[in-house]
Design a protein around this ligand. Structure first.
Ligand SMILES: N[C@@H](CCC(=O)N[C@@H](CS)C(=O)NCC(=O)O)C(=O)O
Length: 283
């Protein structure tokens, strides 16, 4: 359980649970859903990514990668969302969100790892097919971000995203096809059972909820995966999904994304026009 030593030593004196997070961040969503499922009280520290609050020295002294989320629990700091949800479940026993036998625990860990690994493609697809409605940063903003943000991977990512060429066809095709493949695996895992590990919701389901929701927002054809569709209906009816995800979405954002997706449909640059989704092919 990778607990890290905080650079900002004042964190060590914090009492209770504190979460630095952002409304639309998928990694923050899975932590908030877990907190809600476990009925834990927590103190919110919103980080506005569009205002580059994650590029400040203050925030980077909390999360040295300059990413959200970061959790402090009575002075203990963790920064990876899947580590955080495991930590929460191990530290706060009831209600348990993981199986009690070793074999199924290993299977749960594999689902957490695959959800975390899918993050790189989710990030590309979210930026391209959702966040691009905002237009790009000005050259000055990009320079400021590059100067202030200490995470070279994130800076390189933003530079490609903001460039005239953008991510390019090959990158987008690859991200779509790998995500589609991941969803077919998820679909197979859900065959014949309500939740990924059987009859009860576990961290495996929570880890994947934001990923499916994110693709749904961009008009991903979820009808390709019958078991995901019924799983996602149950997910959406859970109070934790409402309070941990929906309630934190900026007002009106779904309409904005839907309108942007319609524009891309007309231009034949919708996510469905890429990779294994193009022409309705199976992944
Ligand atoms: N592996 C990390 C990834 C964290 C991450 O990439 N966070 C995103 C939001 S989900 C972020 O902070 N992005 C900043 C940006 O795009 O500027 C985790 O699971 O917590």
């Amino acid at each position: 359980m990778p607990i890290i030593e905080p650079r900002d030593t004042t964190l060590k004196r914090l009492k209770g649970l504190h979460l630095w997070h952002s409304g639309l961040s998928s990694c923050s969503q899975r932590v908030r859903i877990t907190l809600a499922e476990k009925g834990l009280d927590w103190q919110s520290h919103p980080v506005d990514l569009s205002r580059m609050e994650h590029a400040t020295p203050q925030y980077q002294a909390i999360n040295p990668k300059g990413l959200v989320p970061a959790l402090v629990d009575n002075g203990v700091l963790l920064i990876e969302s899947c580590d955080i949800i495991e930590y929460l479940d191990q530290t706060y026993a009831e209600p348990a969100l993981q199986p009690d036998n070793a074999a199924t625990q290993a299977e749960m860990k594999r689902w957490l790892d695959s959800a975390a690994a899918a993050q790189a493609d989710l990030k590309i697809l979210s930026h391209e097919f959702l966040f691009r409605y905002k237009g790009t940063m000005t050259a000055q903003e990009l320079e400021r971000f590059s100067r202030d943000h200490q995470n070279p991977d994130l800076v390189a990512f933003k530079r490609v995203y903001q460039s005239t060429e953008g991510f390019g066809r090959e990158t987008l095709d690859g991200a779509v096809t790998r995500t589609d493949e991941g969803f077919y695996k998820l679909n197979a895992g859900l065959a014949g059972q309500a939740w990924l590990l059987g009859r009860s919701l576990t961290l495996a389901d929570i880890a994947w909820m934001p990923n499916v929701h994110r693709m749904d927002l961009m008009g991903w054809p979820l009808e390709r995966y019958a078991h995901i569709l019924s799983w996602f209906e149950q997910v959406k009816s859970r109070l934790s999904f409402q309070s941990g995800l929906v309630d934190w979405e900026p007002e009106g954002i779904r309409n904005i994304f839907a309108e942007y997706s319609r524009r891309r449909t007309k231009a034949s640059t919708h996510v469905r026009d890429f990779g294994s989704l193009a022409g309705g092919r199976r992944g």
